[in-house]
Structures are given as C-alpha cells and as structure tokens.
Design a protein around this ligand. Structure first.
Ligand SMILES: [Zn+2]
Length: 307
C-alpha cells in the first residue's frame, strides 16, 4: 500500500497499530498514542524494577491468594502495572506455579479499537511475560484466556511458571538442606513452614523426598547458583512510610494517610465469587495433572544421563 499522504509510521508495519478495518481514524490514532505511551513507560520503569530472589521467594512460597496479595512483590507489581497504564490488575486464582490475574475495565482493550470479538490485550500479555522473565528471572508462559473485547466480564491472564526456574529461585540454602535430609539451623515453626512449602511444591511427599525432589536435587547439586543480593525496587517507598509512622506529630498524619491508602487498595474490586472458586478448582485440578512434572522429570533425567 503506498499512500504518500500518511506520516511514515502509518505504513510501517513494525510496531504500528493493527490494520484498521472499522473505527474512525482519530480513534485509532488516539489508541496508537496510548500504546506508544505504554511502551515508553515500560522501557523507563522495567529496567529499574529488578527484584532480588529473597523477595520473589516469599511470593513463590505464599500459597493462598490472601498471602500472595500481602507480599511486597505482589503489591509492587500491581502498583507498577497500574502506574504504567495496564489497569487495576489483581490475582484471582492460584495453584503452585500457576497464577490467574484479572483486569476489570481493562484500559488495554481500548488500544485496539478496530478489533472486535477476539482477545486483543497483547500489551498486557507481553508486559506480564517481561515482568516475570526480566524482573523476577522466572521462565514462564503467559496467555490471555478471557477478554472484555471477546464478550467476557473481565480480561484474564494465565501465567504458568516453568518448574525448574521456579525451584531454582524458591529454594534457598536451608530448603536444600532439608531436601538433603539435613536439619537446617532454624526453629521448629520455621522448619514446619518450610516443609509445608516443599510439600506444596511436590518436592517432599509425606515428609520424604519425592521422586521430583530427588531428581531436582541430583540435577541442582551440580549447579552453582550465584544469588545476587540487592535492595528491592520498593525499598525507598517502604522506608518513607516507616519514617512517617514513627513520627507522631506531622508524620503521624502521614502514617494515617498511608494506612488509609493501603486500606483502599486492599478493597477488592467486584469479582463474581462463585466463578472464582470454580476457576481456582479447575486450576488446582490442572496443577495436579502430572504433565508438567513428568516433563520436568524427563528433562532432568536426560540431563543426568548426558553427564
Ligand atoms: Zn483483554
């Protein structure tokens, strides 16, 4: 198509807007501008958002939606996504290594005015994939499973973590001691908590090393993993609010304000409850299937054989 009347980017297929079949020109241009702004925000914010493993570990080990939502990493991610223009995302379903995020009134749907009756929110899928891979170093696949543009009530995104990369970050020195049958220097409660997490992740079974745990330990035993220690990207903000909390005059008011803000954030956006639990059930069923674990095992065994 040669149309000398259009500015050059309109004919450039790389990074341009999707083909316009209907919807007005102005609408498409506005949407294109919003998409560019989002890309710009991502390029600016993501490189400063690397998360240290000790924080990602807390996120991975949290095994209820409530616990996950109370981790600093979750709050940071949702805040970041909102600020860069991806809407009000929230976790609605969880099974180990599988997360479903929903975005009610997803602004990203409006980035593609010409597309109808399909799942269109590629920008969100890409951002989630990039966040998990680059900021958390977790290999994963991300898929939009429901979309407002396709007639669904909210947009939903399913994130599936690759087991080996999840284990690699989740297991610290003490967990590896437990898996090796050695009691780590931690108190009884912490030990119980660690055993619980390792059982949830199928590395332990009835207090003993599972087949998966055994395969992973043989595989990981030969790997020296260097863990980089640095401050999480939300450290400054947390410090500021803690300073405000400890001052009881001027700061006292700020502390109260911070509390208020937090409470507002905690308020869950409307979500149809029965549907959520049904979905969680499905997800948990899916997680029970041995497919991904069997795959993991065979990969590990292959790796061992090759050595
Ligand atoms: Zn969507």
């Amino acid at each position: 198509m040669s149309d000398p009347g259009l500015p050059p980017f309109m004919t450039d297929s790389s990074g341009g807007p999707p083909p316009v079949s209907d919807g007005s020109f102005a609408q498409s241009m506005g949407a294109f501008g919003a998409l560019l702004k989002l890309q710009q925000n991502i390029s600016e914010r993501f490189p400063k958002s690397k998360v240290p493993w000790n924080e990602t570990r807390k996120f991975l080990k949290a095994s209820t939606i409530e616990n996950i939502k109370s981790t600093s990493l979750y709050k940071f991610q949702m805040g970041l996504f909102k600020e860069i223009g991806l809407g009000n995302m929230q976790l609605i379903s969880y099974a180990p290594m599988h997360y479903i995020f929903a975005v009610p009134n997803n602004p990203v749907c409006n980035f593609y005015p010409a597309l109808q009756n399909q799942k269109v929110c590629v920008a969100t899928t890409d951002a989630l994939h990039r966040f998990f891979r680059e900021e958390l170093e977790l290999e994963c696949s991300v898929e939009e499973t429901e979309c407002i543009k396709n007639g669904d009530p909210v947009c939903k995104f399913k994130v599936d973590l690759q087991p080996i990369s999840a284990y690699q970050i989740m297991l610290d020195k003490n967990d590896k001691m437990i898996l090796s049958g050695v009691r780590p220097p931690v108190d009884e409660n912490e030990l119980k908590e660690r055993v619980r997490a390792l059982t949830v992740y199928k590395l332990l079974e009835k207090g003993k090393l599972s087949e998966i745990g055994n395969a992973y330990m043989q595989f990981a035993g030969t790997m020296e993993v260097e863990e980089k220690v640095f401050d999480p990207p939300w450290k400054l903000q947390e410090e500021l609010s803690s300073i405000a909390e400890t001052h009881n005059t001027f700061g006292g008011a700020f502390g109260e304000m911070a509390q208020k803000v937090q409470n507002t954030q905690k308020e869950p956006a409307p979500e149809p409850k029965p549907q959520v639990s049904e979905e969680t059930k499905q997800l948990q069923e899916e997680a029970k299937k041995t497919d991904s674990f069997a795959e993991l095992l065979s990969k590990m065994k292959k790796n061992q054989d090759g050595q």
